[in-house]
Design a protein around this ligand. Structure first.
Ligand SMILES: [Zn+2]
Length: 83
């Protein structure tokens, strides 16, 4: 197998260790997912933490924008009722 991807750790720059590979069907195409980890376990822990933080932030932002959209709709409906 050739290693087309060379993945280095975003935190320490070490070459990441290949963990597993799996395929996933997305619509009509098959996507190959790979999971890698930093050879430094402590570093990987920090990377995971950062990833989680990013994910949480993303979810929170999505929730907020949904909330705003709802609020906008509500206000628009109220205006309609008044007129
Ligand atoms: Zn690392």
């Amino acid at each position: 197998m050739n290693q087309a991807f060379k993945n280095v750790c975003i935190r320490c720059g070490k070459e990441r260790v290949f963990l597993r590979e799996w395929t996933e069907r997305v619509g009509n195409s098959v996507v190959i997912n790979t999971e890698t980890t930093c050879p430094d376990h402590e570093c990987q822990k920090l990377v995971d933490k950062d990833n989680k933080k990013q994910r949480d932030k993303h979810i929170l932002m999505k929730k907020r924008s949904e909330q705003r959209a709802k609020e906008r709709n509500r206000l628009r409906n109220e205006v309609k009722i008044k007129h």
